[in-house]
Unconditional design. Structure first.
Ligand code: GLY
Length: 362
């Protein structure tokens, strides 16, 4: 049991992702990035910290000079520059220098914020990611995107800053609520839709194991998603081109997330966004009706919504245009040219988006 996936940049190994079922190999991973002579700051939120902080602090104390915690209030509302300032202050007071290390223990909010603080504190220090949610394991902890929300606009301020190591303990998925757990399957399903029909079939065949959170099936799914994302980010680490396909469903999804004031989870909003993007792909004849129906069925089977309540299409369209996925004033929209094959389109019209939004609004 257990996997090791290496992320390469310019054909050289940059960092490893360890996929494990416990924390037994965490000391070796921390020491592997040179923790012994360094200070570590474990960044976590109030929910994840309540379950895992003591365990991770104990492990870290055995392999570092000093370990301090930084705990912020759980939730997307904390993902802002104010929390980053509090973290900088904590690091300054504890005399963290350029060789000291942040450890992000938590979901996407924690990983993105710790990564951004690491990218900017003293012009850049190292960060080790210990993702606790499925979204963070299969998406946000890998690939080096870091950042915070700004005035309600998702991830509007950020930097690329690659982690030094990523340690995934899939047993942490057992403590997620059902909503958090299935939200992660939004990103999992996305990886199949954009790149890999065989991965989509694996998910469809293993719904029962997914429902009972089988550790072996989760290991397979996490490894499968990491490998799909690895192949994309290795080719295009800073989203100059192909990496944008990972934003399938996100253009409209992020707008829905903002308009719902973050009361819907990320994967749920992306799910509705993917259903709309798949609809546009079908209307353009890029996927057939079976392909579209199968995408919607997969999302429903994973307890994900393909419809949203209480919003209107014009508002979603307008907020989408303030998202960062723009290119010279045009929305960089991701469509499917066949299932398992995403493409970037700069010519999706407002009326195509409005028609697609009508199909997902109740
Ligand atoms: N979450 C999309 C990306 O990492 O590019």
């Amino acid at each position: 049991m257990g996997r090791l996936i290496t992320i390469n940049y310019n054909n050289k190994p940059l960092y490893n992702i360890s996929i494990e079922h416990d924390f037994n190999k965490l000391p070796a991973v921390l020491e592997g990035v040179g923790s012994k002579e360094r200070k570590l700051c474990i960044v976590t939120d109030s929910s994840v910290g309540a379950i895992y902080l003591d365990t991770v602090m104990d492990i870290a104390r055995g392999c570092a000079k000093d370990v301090i915690p930084f705990i912020f209030e759980a939730g997307e509302k904390s993902k802002n520059l104010g929390t980053i300032e509090d973290l900088y202050e904590k690091l300054i007071i504890a005399h963290f220098d350029r060789n000291d290390i942040l450890v992000a223990l938590g979901g996407g909010v924690t990983g993105d914020m710790a990564g951004y603080a690491a990218a900017t504190y003293l012009r850049g220090i190292r960060v080790v990611q210990i993702p606790s949610s499925l979204v963070a394991m299969v998406d946000s902890s890998i690939g080096g995107k870091t950042g915070v929300d700004f005035k309600g606009y998702k991830n509007m301020v950020g930097a690329f800053h690659q982690p030094s190591a990523v340690y995934m303990n899939v047993s942490m998925l057992s403590t997620l609520t059902d909503a958090q757990y299935y939200s992660g399957f939004g990103e999992v399903a996305k990886h199949g839709f954009i790149r890999d029909d065989a991965y989509s079939s694996y998910i469809a065949k293993n719904l029962e194991g997914i429902r009972r959170r089988s550790p072996l099936i989760l290991e397979e799914i996490v490894a499968g998603s990491c490998n799909i994302k690895r192949a994309v980010v290795e080719n295009d680490p800073e989203e100059k081109g192909e990496r944008a396909i990972l934003n399938f469903g996100h253009t409209l999804g992020h707008a829905i997330e903002k308009l719902m004031d973050f009361t819907m989870l990320h994967g749920e909003c992306v799910s509705a966004g993917m259903a709309a993007a798949a609809y546009i792909s079908m209307k353009r004849g890029m996927i057939n009706e079976n392909g579209y129906n199968s995408i919607c069925r997969t999302l429903k089977d994973l307890n994900l919504p393909v419809c949203v309540n209480g919003l209107n299409a014009e508002d979603i369209l307008s907020v989408s245009k303030s998202d960062k996925k723009m290119d010279a004033g045009k929305i960089k929209f991701i469509l499917l040219n066949g299932t398992g094959n995403a493409v970037i389109c700069n010519d999706v019209t407002d009326s195509e988006m409005l028609e697609a939004l009508d199909t997902i609004l109740k």
